[in-house]
Design a protein around this ligand. Structure first.
Ligand SMILES: Cc1ncc(COP(=O)(O)O)c(C=O)c1O
Length: 602
């Protein structure tokens, strides 16, 4: 136990060093005006809800007693389900103890091996975990990128069932999903849509009925389930999966987080019945909430957000923590949001507006943010999405990554400015110089290596031989800085996908890649041995939630490999790049004239 505690303390110290330490609030109450909780309408302290909880406990007792199928719960549980289903104009609803359990139970009940779950890159952890637990193949698409979503759906064509999963309003970005368009794509590709309404319910739509209701889709649609988490605008706790009666029946048989968990307390069910009635009638509160959100965005010079969440972009985790602490000193509670909740380099202070905040409080918070932002942080007048990034990874060393990088850079330069970066170079070669000459690029397009080592070996070994280490933080910081600058960025990895940058703690290139946002181009040899290497690489990426945007087979075209990989790898685009003689910009241009790569830079 002592040794384990030592390891855990070392991990905690490392987290603190990286600005990632977190703590629960010891007395349960945060100091300062609440700009952090999701009690958007102020219903958590509403006397009607509090009294409903007490009455339910008096009548049905304090405990959940057992799982619902073992006589746990109370008649109020079904009344709460009915109330939510009626509100959302659905056939049925099923109550789960939490939104996390609802998402995990729903996805693992509806999908299995052989199915595909198409998931927005910024989906909540509970959706990610549910998708993982289902054992379905998960294809992650760029945030709210409908083209990328459609590409993912095309790649999922052979699956038994396709589920598209999105949040109605995204918890960390505060933006809303275009549900009509997503539903249309689901119709086109025979997929089913799941909408997590956590941050939209009670806020958007007529009578606060959520993002799907706000989208007002008429006629045929592909919505199969909405997840209504009740711990936010509803002022309660728990969550309901809302859909058809058949869906509810399936869930009570197959959603293990429902089956094997005690029923929520009657007090929760009673609160929910009151909360739904209260929330349906809360147009005045919604009006005040929207006025507050609008006011804060205007004061900060940020684009308007559709609901209650106003992310203030900061960048580095440590700067976000410093800003949150400075705000706390001035009497405001708004938390720093850091990796892994958001990507490296995209830390923010997440400000949440409520109906009961006053205009004076909003103005004072905005003034404090403007005054206390670290000078090095980016201006809050823009929400940087960052440059479009394409990662070039190989199934092995020597498969042709550098030539493919040159082809990609040349293609990107034809469309405008673009940059190339090889974070780590090992061995005597200088891939940056090779790519520059093949693509006929200006020096300004070529970013310097983060590190370069003479030993032709895996990055971790080459670094060790030079008495150095490749620290993840250095990689993260350099990448975040390059990404912030304008123009598409190509990042060429060293060797094969799974080689390590570091051993202690282990950082595989594949893991680092999975923590970033961007398109992935996989490069493989064209001939013998490529089926195994390519399929393993695609699977390793997929397990990390990364879809391959394009596969390049480099070398003399093989009579069957392209078709075989087309059937088995489920990659949207496969290109063959034969040996080009002599190798130079004109030959790359000739190849590009025959092969359109523009979609890779959209
Ligand atoms: C989008 C989203 N889904 C699900 C959940 C989980 O809900 P719960 O807190 O009820 O477990 C959250 C919680 O923050 C969320 O933001």
């Amino acid at each position: 136990m002592g040794a384990l505690d030592q390891e855990l303390r070392a991990a905690a110290a490392e987290r603190a060093r990286r600005g990632l330490a977190r703590a629960t609030l010891l007395d349960g109450v945060a100091a300062g005006v609440d700009f952090g909780s999701n009690d958007y309408l102020g219903l958590a302290r509403d006397p009607l809800l509090v009294e409903a909880a007490a009455a339910a406990a008096r009548e049905f007792g304090a405990g959940g007693r057992a799982a619902r199928l073992l006589r746990g719960g109370s008649p109020l549980h079904e009344r709460a389900e009915r109330a939510v289903a009626d509100w959302l104009d659905a056939e049925a609803a099923l109550l789960f103890p939490s939104g996390y359990q609802a998402n995990v139970g729903l996805l693992s009940a509806l999908a299995r091996r052989g199915d595909v779950i198409v998931s927005d890159r910024d989906n909540h952890a509970s959706l990610i975990d549910g998708a993982r637990l289902s054992r379905a193949r998960v294809i992650v698409h760029d945030h709210l990128d409908l083209d990328d979503l459609e590409r993912a759906l095309r790649a999922a064509a052979g699956a038994r069932r396709r589920l598209v999963v999105t949040e109605g309003v995204f918890s960390m970005r505060g933006d809303a999903a275009p549900l009509r368009e997503i539903d249309a794509l689901c119709r086109r590709h025979d997929a089913w849509l799941i909408v997590d309404e956590a941050h939209a319910i009670g806020v958007l739509g007529p009578a606060g009925a959520g993002a799907w209701a706000a989208a007002a889709v008429v006629g045929e649609h592909r919505l199969c389930a909405r997840v209504v988490t009740a711990g936010k605008a509803l002022g309660a706790a728990g969550a309901l999966v809302v859909g058809s009666t058949a869906l509810r029946t399936e869930l009570i048989h197959a959603a293990r987080s429902f089956l094997f968990s005690s029923a929520p307390q009657p007090a929760l069910a009673g609160t929910l019945v009151a909360a739904v009635a209260r929330c349906r009638a809360a147009d005045a509160e919604r009006g005040r909430l929207f006025a507050n959100t609008r006011r804060l965005c205007e004061r900060l010079g940020l684009p308007a957000t559709p609901a209650a969440i106003v992310p203030v972009p900061v960048g580095r985790a440590a700067d976000a923590v410093a800003l949150a602490e400075a705000l706390r000193d001035e009497g405001f509670f708004a938390p720093a949001v850091r990796p892994p909740t958001v990507a490296e380099g995209e830390a923010q202070v997440r400000v949440v507006c409520h109906a009961d905040q006053t205009a004076e409080q909003i103005d004072a918070l905005a003034d404090a943010i403007v005054r206390r932002r670290a000078p090095a942080t980016p201006a809050v007048t823009s929400t940087p999405r960052g440059a479009a990034v394409t990662f070039v990874v190989g199934t092995d060393t020597g498969v042709g990554k550098t030539v493919v990088s040159a082809v990609l850079l040349r293609a990107a330069l034809r469309l405008g400015a673009a940059r190339y970066w090889k974070p780590v170079q090992t061995g005597a070669d200088d891939d940056t110089a090779t790519v520059r000459s093949l693509a006929a690029a200006d020096a300004s397009a070529m970013l310097p290596n983060l590190a370069s080592y003479p030993l032709p070996a895996s990055p971790h070994e080459a670094a060790a031989a030079a008495g150095a280490r490749i620290e993840r933080r250095a990689l993260d910081d350099a990448f975040a800085a390059h990404r912030r600058a304008a123009g598409p960025l190509l990042v060429e990895f060293a060797g094969g996908l799974m080689v390590p940058y570091d051993l202690s703690p282990p950082v595989l290139q594949a893991d680092w890649l999975a923590a970033q946002r961007g398109r992935v181009v996989l490069v493989a040899r064209s001939g013998l041995g490529t089926l195994n290497h390519t399929l393993l690489s695609v699977e390793a990426l997929r397990q990390r939630g990364v879809a391959v945007a394009a596969l390049f087979l480099v070398g003399p075209p093989h009579p069957a490999n392209r078709a075989t990989l087309g059937a088995l790898a489920a990659v949207a685009r496969i290109f063959e790049l034969p040996p080009l003689e002599p190798l130079g910009p004109q030959q790359l241009d000739a190849w590009l004239d025959q092969n359109d790569l523009t979609e890779l830079f959209a």
